[in-house]
Design a protein around this ligand. Structure first.
Ligand SMILES: Nc1ncnc2c1ncn2[C@@H]1O[C@H](COP(=O)(O)OP(=O)(O)OP(=O)(O)O)[C@@H](O)[C@H]1O
Ligand SMILES: [Mg+2]
Length: 267
């Protein structure tokens, strides 16, 4: 049985040899099966974002290997890994081009890796496809495809970014606290949309969240990181039975009770 993602003992130190030296990843190991949806929790600086950046190839890791669907991508630059990946970040401004319309943004995502420009315009078939996809969001955006994305709310932009990230059915979808900047109601809506998009496209996904309840409620697997390592990895039935108090206990055990002023949410 082969994995969709293999992270093998990766290490990453920033600013090595300076007073700002920081060991961000200290031997991360993680294997994801095809279709796994893993939520990732951990305190500030635990290495969650750095792990996602390592998978995306933002920089080279110092040690270890990253294998996506059997292909060793460890030394591939970021742009060459992009075709395997969809990414959504915390900042809603990040994933879409504000001065372009909704349909233009979607067309760029759909054409990524094919012809790169919108030189030939957007065909009626393309618009129909985007219209159907937007309708599934249930945000009324399908009737506003000419609207510039900069005029939309953060939640609407994140929902569109999710569609764009999934449009080419990537092997991996990387979500880094993509609902953290949204109000609770909108965050819930975008989380539900994420779950649906992942299920419908049979994507393998990693979702970083600081909300423990969300980490338990979504996905089939949960990983806790601490000081650049995976310290807890639970799946299936066992994950479904978890309570926030279990995660708190785990985290307290790992950090010696230093969670009080952490950004993690226990509610
Ligand atoms: N590009 C970088 N340059 C220098 N240090 C970095 C860089 N990226 C991350 N770090 C450091 O590596 C450590 C891990 O950071 P990371 O962003 O992975 O944490 P995180 O688990 O995502 O935390 P948070 O919950 O705060 O987002 C931190 O100490 C961080 O300051
Ligand atoms: Mg982070």
């Amino acid at each position: 049985m082969s994995y969709m993602l293999e992270i093998k003992d990766i290490h990453k130190t920033f600013n090595a040899g300076t007073i700002n030296e920081k060991i961000a990843l200290n031997g991360v190991n993680l294997n994801l099966n095809d279709g796994d949806f893993v939520t990732i929790i951990g305190g500030n600086g635990a290495g969650k974002s750095t792990t996602l950046n390592a998978v995306a190839g933002v920089w080279d890791v110092d040690e270890g290997k990253i294998i996506i669907d059997g292909v060793d991508v460890t030394r591939l630059p970021e742009h060459k890994r992009a075709r395997y990946l969809g990414r959504v970040f915390q900042d809603p401004m990040n994933g879409t081009a504000a001065t372009m319309s909704i349909d233009e943004n979607m067309a760029i995502a759909a054409r990524r890796g094919h012809h790169r420009t919108l030189r030939w315009g957007i065909t009626r078939e393309e618009r129909e496809r985007y219209c159907k996809m937007l309708a599934t969001l249930d945000l009324g955006l399908e009737s506003r495809m000419d609207t510039k994305v900069g005029l939309l709310s953060g939640g609407q932009r994140q929902a569109i970014t999710l569609l764009m990230a999934a449009i080419q059915k990537p092997k991996l979808l990387l979500l880094d606290e993509h609902t953290a900047a949204l109000d609770p109601r909108t965050a819930k809506k975008v989380l539900d949309i994420s779950e649906r998009i992942i299920a419908e496209n049979h994507l393998t996904a990693m979702m970083v969240t600081h909300n423990m309840k969300d980490a338990i409620a979504h996905g089939n697997r949960l990983v806790m990181m601490h000081e650049g390592r995976v310290i807890y990895d639970v799946a299936g039935e066992e994950k479904m039975k978890l309570h926030v108090s279990d995660l708190m206990a785990k985290f307290e055990e790992a950090s010696g009770g230093e969670f009080a002023n952490d950004r993690m949410m226990f509610v």
